[in-house]
Design a protein around this ligand. Structure first.
Ligand code: GLC
Length: 735
């Protein structure tokens, strides 16, 4: 439709129809599985407003989408099509590594390809909008939703948010295989006090803008069609009703003119926040803040009509919101093609096709981070191998947000080993249950864990120890259950379950060739694992092809190359912890200061166990000292920083060479270093390559005391290395 036609449509709509567009409901209202009575009626849902709702959440499947769309449009006064929205976070049916694992690949373009394939599968299944990318910066491993982020660095997160938006949306939303992207959760949701989900967020304006906003903005500048509000408060006001955050920062400063959708029931939750006295005030404050769509609280549907009729909400505000919603539907081509890509035949062809599975396997391989290796990996094909642990036969490798992924599509580790190494001399045993008995696990897709008796647990453990004794090498597959991370999965403790710790202790007591493969949705306290095992390979939640990818790497066919996108703390007492911290007035340098009065703990080190950007390979690399092509630069010049990287080991490997910059003194304090570039190089043994980074004013800009994003003259240090541990910087003057 043309803009004029959209305007004519809007002008012809009744107030009820307009407000209907701002209401999002669950699909089961249209399939009869949910009815607008009882609790749903209390939420303000009625047959009438459901019949006018503008969008649906949670429906997937071409057949279901077509049936709902057809039935709905036949009854709608203006035959305005529904928008179908769904959480496609790390894949649709072909599930890729969780976003934190994708961040470990340090390859945003790979994630763009993953998002593209996820969009293709979702689109043929009738999905129009995905609630992704999550661009929340994270520093606290206690928060279960770190799994959905790409980590602690604003620069890396910005690259990923932009890449995922490009992947989902393609060049044109009308085109087949494109879905609209929704950047979330605006803003600062990743910084809840104490790491407790939905808790208060207290960020200074400076910290919010310097660290937390850039990734959202990157997704928005890339053209994300939607933004989702966060559950938390900013400056004491819930984001969903925060006019300054949404009108001034999001829409005016960032120039976002797409659809702003609330998070689930977030409008109604402003009553619980104590920000709204009743649902009437909640509706008024949300629509005034510029929230266009009410996700499943029913408040808009119930309250807006009277507010407009009583003159408390200008109808112009409604028109503004509805025009954005109609514009999005038009951009997707839904007025001409309300079913868009939904196609049962194409579902069969595209979903889980070999190309998608191959990419999922590549993405999983590149997500793995080798944290320790004392010669155990790759596994020797001359030794008998024991694969032990609760993940040996698990298909739950897709993470907490893989709601459309199916475990039947996932090969287990045991199956993958036998599939790839049929004649392998190996034994497999579970060793222990996933979690300690009686531990309560929740999750979107409830699954009850059968309880294992103490006798059975003892038998399992004894069997595993015997297997370890009889083999020359052990792969110990441990970690969190997938339900231990994700939404509403905050945890004060971040260690593996006690029963798994016991298995680790007993296996390592009888075998000194133990490689731990760790499955997790968050950084964990793995001091014990790192101390006892000879190798530690972090697998995150690796997705549909994760187990096959693990065998690719454990066998040595592929070398691991991942780097930590989020620091692994020494222990939970350290969090929130991140590499790009401020130096403080009393920096503590281990072993270099005798002064007691330094910024340090009495009982643990300051440094995380494994820092941002760290990860080993099966080979080794040297990086020469940084060479600058000049010792000063002005704002219009480009300074070149280079190193020579050499593969000093005996096998091919891929290293991620990282550029960090420090602004030594500025009008506000600056981090000890900040990631400003990286480059992955694959080298054969003894091969070397010159790696150059170009530093412009852009890399030196920050939020100054003037509240502007600008550079300031002064001294800068340039670090180039294989992790944020890079030292021996080169120095230059910026004039
Ligand atoms: C959830 C999450 C959000 C998700 C939405 C729809 O509560 O906070 O990330 O997209 O509801 O499922």
């Amino acid at each position: 439709m043309t803009v004029e036609a959209l305007q004519e449509l809007l002008d012809d709509m009744s107030l009820a129809e307009k407000i209907g567009q701002m209401n999002q409901v669950i699909g089961s209202f249209y399939t009869g599985e949910s009815v607008a009575t009882g609790p749903m009626a209390d939420k303000g849902f009625t047959e009438e407003n459901i019949g006018l709702a503008g969008s649906v959440i949670g429906v997937s499947g071409a057949d279901a989408e077509k049936r709902i769309q057809k039935g709905y449009m036949e009854k709608h006064p203006h035959q305005i099509p529904l928008l179908f929205m769904l959480d496609v976070i790390n894949g649709y049916r072909t599930v890729f590594p969780i976003p934190l694992g994708q961040g470990a690949a340090f390859e945003p373009e790979l994630s763009m390809r993953c998002a593209r394939m996820a969009a293709q599968e979702a689109a043929v299944s009738g999905v129009h909008v995905t609630f992704s990318p999550m661009a929340d910066l994270v520093r606290d491993a206690r928060w279960g939703r770190v799994m959905e982020s790409t980590g602690e660095d604003p620069y890396l997160n910005s690259l990923y948010a932009a890449a995922m938006v490009r992947g989902y949306q393609g060049e044109d939303l009308r085109k087949a295989g494109s879905v609209a992207a929704c950047v979330k959760h605006f803003a600062g949701y990743g910084a809840p006090d104490a790491g407790r989900d939905y808790n208060t967020v207290e960020l200074s304006e400076h910290t919010l803008r310097q660290f937390y906003l850039p990734a959202y903005e990157a997704g928005i500048q890339t053209g994300a069609a939607l933004v989702m509000t966060a559950f938390n408060t900013i400056d004491g006001i819930p984001a969903t009703g925060n006019r300054r955050l949404m009108r001034q920062i999001l829409r005016e400063e960032m120039g976002f003119d797409g659809v702003l959708i609330s998070d689930w029931a977030a409008i109604e939750e402003m009553l619980c926040h104590g920000y709204c006295a009743d649902r009437t005030q909640a509706a008024q404050r949300a629509v005034t803040a510029g929230v266009d769509v009410d996700m499943m609280s029913g408040v808009y549907a119930e309250q807006l009509t009277a507010l407009v009729q009583d003159g408390k909400v200008p109808e112009a505000l409604i028109d503004e919101a509805v025009m954005r919603i109609l514009t999005l539907k038009n951009a997707l081509g839904l007025f001409e093609a309300p079913f868009k890509d939904a196609d049962e035949e194409k579902e069969k062809q595209i979903i889980l096709c070999e190309e998608h599975r191959a990419l999922a396997r590549e993405a999983a391989r590149k997500s793995f981070v080798l944290l320790k290796n004392e010669g155990v990996l790759p596994l020797s094909d001359k030794k008998k191998t024991a694969y032990i642990g609760p993940y040996v036969d698990s298909r739950n490798l897709m993470g907490a947000w893989s709601i459309t992924g199916e475990t039947k599509d996932v090969a287990t580790l045991r199956e993958s080993v036998l599939e790839q190494c049929a004649d392998i001399d190996a034994v497999f045993c579970c060793g222990c249950p996933m979690t300690d008995s009686g531990r309560k696990l929740e999750g979107f897709l409830e699954c009850t864990d059968e309880m294992v008796s103490a006798e059975e647990q003892q038998r399992m453990m004894d069997e595993a120890v015997e297997a370890a004794k009889a083999c020359g090498q052990v792969v110990l597959l441990l970690g969190e259950d997938r339900r231990q991370s994700g939404e509403a999965a905050s945890s004060a403790g971040i260690q593996i379950p006690g029963i798994q710790q016991e298995l680790l202790d007993r296996v390592c007591a009888v075998c000194d060739q133990v490689a731990v493969v760790l499955f997790s949705g968050r950084p964990l306290d793995i001091r014990q694992i790192a101390e006892k095992a000879q190798a530690v390979l972090l697998a995150w939640m690796p997705g549909t092809e994760g187990a096959r990818a693990l065998v690719d790497v454990l066998s040595g066919r592929y070398s691991p190359s991942g780097k930590l996108p989020m620091s692994f703390p020494y222990c939970v007492g350290q969090v929130p912890v991140h590499y790009n911290e401020y130096p403080t007035g009393r920096p503590h340098v281990p072993g270099k200061d005798k002064d007691r009065f330094r910024s340090k703990y009495l009982d643990i080190p300051n440094s995380p166990l494994y820092l941002f950007g760290f990860g080993l390979t099966y080979t080794s690399f040297s990086v020469s000292p940084v060479v600058l092509d000049r010792d000063h630069m002005t704002k219009d010049e480009i300074l070149t920083a280079s190193v020579t990287v050499r593969n000093t080991g005996s096998v091919e490997g891929t290293e991620t060479v990282q550029l960090y910059i420090r602004d030594v003194a500025a009008s506000v304090v600056r981090p000890v270093k900040e990631l400003k570039g990286f480059c992955k190089v694959t080298l054969q043994p003894d091969e070397q390559q010159n790696v150059r980074f170009f530093i412009t004013e852009k890399e030196l800009c920050f939020l100054t005391e003037n509240g502007r994003w600008e550079s300031e003259p002064g001294a800068f240090e340039v670090f180039i290395g294989t992790s944020s541990l890079a030292d021996a910087p080169a120095r230059f003057e910026y004039r």
